[in-house]
Design a protein around this ligand. Structure first.
Ligand code: MLT
Length: 448
C-alpha cells in the first residue's frame, strides 16, 4: 500500500517570505519538522530553492496589504512599482475597440497570428524606433512585454553561461538567471550569487561599471535608462560597453524599456553604437512608453550578424524559442501598438511621457529642497534617493509607517542599492504633489 508520508520542508524565514512562515507555523509537527500532508516523489527544482525571497514587487504589494490591515483608513499613495496611471489616448483605444468589434464579424475575425508578430507592426517598430539604424522587420520579434522576453532569452541561452548585471538593476535579470540555473550559491555575507558578476553602478562611477575590473561574462544585462537609478548611459559609456563585449566575445542584452523618457542626447538604442549589431540584443516595451502595463506588448531585436561561437545566428534559435514557447502577442494589443506608432498616436503617447517626467521633476525638487541627494528623474520617471548610513528596508518601512507611502527599497535591486529608495513618478499628479508634501513633512520633522 502507498505510504502517505509526511514531507519535511525547508522554509526560509527570510523577512520577505511571511506567507511561507505562516505555512511553517501552521504545519509544524510534534517532532519539530514541517509537514503538509502527502508528498509526491518529484523533487523541487533546486534552482527555485536558491531564490532568496519572493519577487520584489509582489513583496512590496504584500507590505501594502499588511499596512492597510493595520491602518484600514490610510490614504495610501503607491509610488512603488513603476505602473502607469494615466488613461490611454483615445486614438489607441479606438483602434483596439475597432479591432475587437471586427473579431465578432466573419470578415474581421482572426485566430492565431504569426508568432513573431504582425508584419505591419514589426515594420512600424523598425521605422519609428530604429530609423537609419539598419534594423530589418525580420529581426524584430513582437512579444507580450520585455520581462517575458527576458525569460525567453534566458531559455535561449541556457544554464551554463556566466552573466553580469548592473548593480543595482531590475530584479528579473538575476531572478531568472537563478531559475535557469546559472547563478550558483547565494553568499549571505555579500548578498550576492556566487556566479553572477555584479557590476557596481553608483554615483562614484557615473552609474557605469568599471569594466577594467569586470571579469569576462558571456551575457551582460544592461538597462538604459537604468531601472532603478534613472541614469541614461552616455554615448561614450555605451561605446565602451560595446567595445568590452566585442573584446570579450560577450553578448549584451540591452533593455531600453525607458528610452522614450530620455530628454538629453543619450542613445535610445544600443544599435546607435557602431558595432552593436554583432554583440547586442535589445528588449523593449510599450508598457512604459505607451501605458501598456496592462495591455501587454513589447519586442526584442536580434540582428542577423549576432552569432554564437560556432557561427550559428542567434536570431534563428530565438525564432525557434518564440515558435515553441509563445503563440504571439494578443492581436488586440498589436492593434493598439500600431495606433501608438501612427504619427497622431505617437504624439499622444509622448505627451503621457512628458506628464510623468513633470511628476519626476516635482519629486526631485521636493526632495532636493530637503537637502537630500537625489538622482534620476531626468531621463527616466524614477527618482533615486540616497539615505547615507541607513538600511533601505528601514527607510521604506519608516516612510510607509509615517506617511502611508509605498516606495521601493533600493536593496531590492541588488546590494548596490543599499542606502537608497526608489520613488516612481508614474502616479497621478495629485498623488505626486501630496507625496512630496508628506515627505517634506516627515523629513523636515526628523531634521528638527
Ligand atoms: C519596476 O521596476 O517597477 C518594474 O519595471 C515593474 C515592471 O515589471 O514593469
Amino acid at each position: 500500500m502507498y505510504n502517505m508520508s509526511i514531507c519535511t520542508i525547508k522554509f526560509s524565514t527570510n523577512i520577505l517570505q511571511p506567507r511561507m512562515v505562516v505555512a511553517r507555523l501552521s504545519c509544524r509537527l510534534k517532532n519539530g519538522s514541517v509537514g503538509i500532508g502527502h508528498c509526491t516523489k518529484v523533487p523541487r527544482n533546486a534552482n527555485m530553492e536558491k531564490l532568496q525571497h519572493g519577487y520584489l514587487f509582489p513583496e512590496i504589494e504584500r507590505h501594502e496589504v499588511m499596512h492597510l490591515e493595520k491602518y484600514p483608513h490610510a490614504n495610501i499613495i503607491d509610488l512603488g512599482i513603476g505602473d502607469t496611471t494615466e488613461p490611454l489616448p483615445t486614438i489607441v483605444t479606438t483602434s483596439m475597440v475597432d479591432f475587437v468589434h471586427g473579431l465578432s464579424t466573419r470578415k474581421g475575425y482572426k485566430g492565431y497570428g504569426p508568432e513573431q508578430g504582425e508584419k505591419a507592426l514589426r515594420k512600424e517598430i523598425t521605422d519609428v524606433f530604429y530609423k537609419d539604424l539598419g534594423i530589418k522587420p525580420t529581426e524584430v520579434f513582437v512579444s507580450d512585454g520585455a520581462q517575458c522576453d527576458i525569460t525567453r532569452l534566458q531559455l535561449l541561452m541556457g544554464p551554463n553561461l556566466k552573466i553580469a548585471v548592473q548593480d543595482p538593476s531590475f530584479p528579473a535579470y538575476i531572478d531568472s538567471s537563478v531559475i535557469i540555473g546559472r547563478a550558483g550559491e547565494f553568499v549571505d555575507k555579500a548578498g550576492k550569487y556566487k556566479n553572477i558578476e555584479y557590476m557596481k553602478c553608483g554615483p562614484q562611477t557615473n552609474f557605469f561599471p568599471d569594466l577594467s575590473t569586470t571579469s569576462r561574462p558571456d551575457i551582460i544585462f544592461f538597462c538604459s535608462p537604468n531601472n532603478p537609478t534613472g541614469h541614461a548611459a552616455t554615448r561614450k559609456q555605451l561605446e565602451q560597453l560595446v567595445d568590452f563585449a566585442k573584446v570579450n566575445g560577450s553578448i549584451i542584452i540591452f533593455d531600453s524599456a525607458y528610452s522614450a523618457y530620455i530628454t538629453d542626447d543619450s542613445p535610445k538604442s544600443i544599435f546607435e553604437i557602431p558595432g552593436a549589431r554583432e554583440v547586442a540584443i535589445e528588449v523593449s516595451s510599450f508598457s512604459k512608453f505607451a501605458g501598456f502595463t496592462g495591455v501587454r506588448l513589447g519586442w526584442t531585436v536580434i540582428p542577423e550578424e549576432l552569432l554564437y561561437s560556432n557561427g550559428f545566428p542567434v536570431v534563428h534559435d530565438f525564432n525557434r524559442i518564440v515558435c515553441t514557447c509563445f503563440n504571439g502577442a494578443s492581436n488586440i494589443a498589436q492593434a493598439g501598438g500600431l495606433a501608438c506608432l501612427s504619427s497622431k498616436g505617437f504624439r499622444a503617447v509622448k505627451s503621457l511621457a512628458a506628464y510623468y517626467m513633470e511628476n519626476a521633476r516635482i519629486l526631485v525638487n521636493a526632495l532636493g529642497s530637503l537637502g537630500l541627494t537625489v538622482y534620476g528623474g531626468k531621463n527616466a520617471p524614477y527618482v533615486w534617493v540616497h539615505f547615507p548610513g541607513s538600511k533601505s528596508w528601514n527607510v521604506f518601512a519608516e516612510i510607509l509607517e509615517k506617511t502611508h507611502m509605498i516606495t521601493v527599497p533600493g536593496s531590492g535591486f541588488g546590494p548596490g542599492g543599499e542606502e537608497y529608495i526608489r520613488i516612481s513618478a508614474f502616479g497621478p499628479r495629485q498623488s505626486i504633489i501630496e507625496a512630496s508634501q508628506r515627505l517634506k513633512h516627515l523629513l523636515y520633522q526628523e531634521d528638527n
